[in-house]
Design a binder for this molecule. Structure first.
Ligand code: AMP
Length: 188
């Protein structure tokens, strides 16, 4: 089973991804986490990515391809994947389709976490205080939201047309939202 989690910054993708991966024994691919690891290691990719992330833009597809490839190489025997933060634009979605073909596998479902913009700012600013992420500030958030609307939102239509999209309201109790997601997965 391969799942994609789609949603704006602050929608709760990371929190739900952890719960889903534990319950369904999936390997968690978070391109954001992998990029933050590269930054912490001061690798060549990390150095390139840092400024772009702090500007709220998307890092290049070349960088994403390289971290995705090593993730799949390191998790070859997995029973399934949960993709969180990838794909983020149409080119990446097409890349994922190709990758699934190569693995002789398919995307089982794309779960869209729907959260209104008014809730996002509050969540991101409080996460910024708790976790100290350098892109969780008001200025970068505005750009990240713009990037989401312009580049990532078209994927909703892309996956709707592929008959893969399921929408979940991402506001309320974490475990309540998680139950809604689980019931979708259990019916796949
Ligand atoms: P996230 O933790 O998913 O919110 O990602 C943090 C930042 O990393 C994003 O704002 C982007 O700058 C970058 N990033 C993460 N995933 C991708 C991706 N699939 N494509 C391009 N940039 C990404």
């Amino acid at each position: 089973m391969n799942l994609v989690l789609l949603g704006p910054p602050g929608a709760g993708k990371g929190t739900q991804a952890n719960l889903i991966c534990e319950k369904y024994k999936l390997s968690h691919l978070s391109t954001g986490d992998l990029l933050r690891m590269e930054i912490a290691n001061k690798s060549e990719i990390g150095v390139k990515a840092k400024q772009i992330i702090d500007e709220g833009k998307l890092v290049s597809n070349d960088i994403i391809i390289s971290i995705i490839k090593s993730f799949f190489n390191n998790n070859k025997n997995s029973s399934g994947y949960l993709l969180d933060g990838f794909p983020r634009n149409t080119e990446q979605a097409k890349l994922l389709d190709k990758l699934m073909l190569e693995l002789e596998d398919k995307i089982s479902c794309v779960i869209q976490l729907d959260v209104e913009e008014k809730h996002l700012k509050e969540r991101i600013l409080s996460r910024g205080k708790e976790e100290g992420r350098s892109d969780d500030n008001e200025k970068t958030l505005l750009k990240r939201l713009e990037t989401y609307f312009n580049e990532t939102m078209p994927l909703i239509k892309y996956y709707e047309e592929a008959n893969l999209l399921k929408k979940v309201i991402g506001v309320g109790e974490i475990m309540h939202i998680n139950q809604s997601i689980n019931s979708i997965i259990d019916h796949l």
